[in-house]
Design a binder for this molecule. Structure first.
Ligand code: UT7
Length: 311
């Protein structure tokens, strides 16, 4: 039995915060933010919109695309570092709101790589035959823990949610290979301190430009393909320079790289599934395409998968 993605969804809050808006809050410039990161604007959730609300919207979108009802789900996994509260979990809130009466539910904490951890966890349950349909959501409201006086970090992040429904697919499709990793010794470079994000940008950058290309190549090779066979690369949307490094290492043209960091900034666990869902909806991904998803984040953590698209 092979596990694959059978539906995708995403949601971004309405409120747009542009680089020009940030120029009024901290000592920065549109020029600096665009050239160093590729970010032009990001979305910020309202006070009465919490992580579970973002997650719910993305989940409904993914279930609809998959043609699956809440009650058919066996498991709900929510990757987040900004849950509404520590318990009840965001996944339990969704279990109730989606009417997922037969589903187990748990949150996963692996920062920006959380969605990758969710996909691989779901794959195990499906391929052992224990569960049929699993809903995986990456959702974060980083604006809750952003220090709006720190220009080193506040220009980078945004709020949002992305989701995927996974289920059994035909033998030649689905997740072909994966890699997950962690390095707690680097945890100090990207951490929540006193309810705020603290980051050593240069150290995280160095780690990411090495890890993302390396993991991308590993999963493609493990799947038995050549780097150039990759039809579409969907990296964690943190910084266009890091994403470009991964694309160049694979040796694929620019139009095979998913980019939305300009519109949403870094949405943490939501970034990969938002980009995936948009790519599906924009017709960038078609059946039998070889897709690579790759991410990294606080922990430090990382993960990548190679997927042959389609049911
Ligand atoms: O999901 C994972 C989350 N984190 C990441 O992915 C972050 C990875 N790191 C990065 O993306 C980059 O390191 C940054 C975008 C954070 C920074 O870019 P950089 O090219 O590494 O810049 P830098 O840290 O070397 O800073 C260059 C200068 C510094 O000034 P000095 O010390 O050279 O005088 C900073 O103070 O830019 C200054 N600076 C800013 N200037 C204007 C830092 N932030 C800003 C800002 N506006 N917002």
């Amino acid at each position: 039995m092979k596990a694959g993605i059978i539906g995708t969804g995403h949601y971004a809050p309405e409120k747009v915060l542009t680089n020009a808006d940030l120029e009024k809050i901290v000592d920065t410039s549109d020029e600096w933010i665009r050239t160093r990161t590729g970010i032009e604007e990001r979305r910020i959730a309202s006070d009465n919109e919490d992580t579970s609300d973002l997650a719910y919207m993305a989940a409904c979108n993914a279930l609809e695309e998959a043609g699956i009802k809440g009650e058919e789900l066996d498991l709900i996994l929510v990757a987040t570092v900004t849950p509404d509260q520590s318990f009840p979990t965001v996944s339990c809130k969704l279990q109730d709101r989606l009417g997922a009466t037969h589903a187990a539910a748990m949150d996963i904490s692996a920062a920006c790589a959380g969605f990758m951890y969710g996909l691989i966890t779901a794959k195990q349950f499906i391929e052992t035959g224990a569960y049929k349909y699993v809903l995986i959501i990456g959702a974060d409201k980083l604006s809750k823990i952003t220090d709006w006086t720190d220009r080193n970090t506040c220009v980078l992040f945004g709020d949002g949610a992305g989701a995927a429904v996974m289920g059994p697919v035909s033998e030649e499709r689905g997740i072909l290979s994966f890699e997950l990793g962690s390095d707690g010794s680097g945890g100090k470079h990207l951490a929540e301190e006193n309810n705020h994000i603290e980051m050593n940008g240069r150290e995280v950058f160095k780690f990411a430009v090495r890890q993302m290309p390396e993991s991308s190549v590993h999963v493609v090779e493990k799947a038995g393909y050549a780097k150039e066979d990759v039809d579409y690369l969907i990296p964690h949307q943190a910084n266009i320079r890091i994403m470009e490094a991964a694309r160049q290492r694979l040796g694929i043209p620019e139009d095979r790289l998913a980019v939305n960091v300009n519109k949403y900034g870094n949405t943490s666990a939501a970034s990969i599934p938002i980009a995936l869902s948009e790519s599906v909806k924009n017709g960038k991904i078609n059946d039998d395409n070889l897709i690579v998803l790759v991410g990294f984040g606080g922990g430090l953590t990382w993960g990548a998968v190679a997927i042959k698209w389609g049911r």
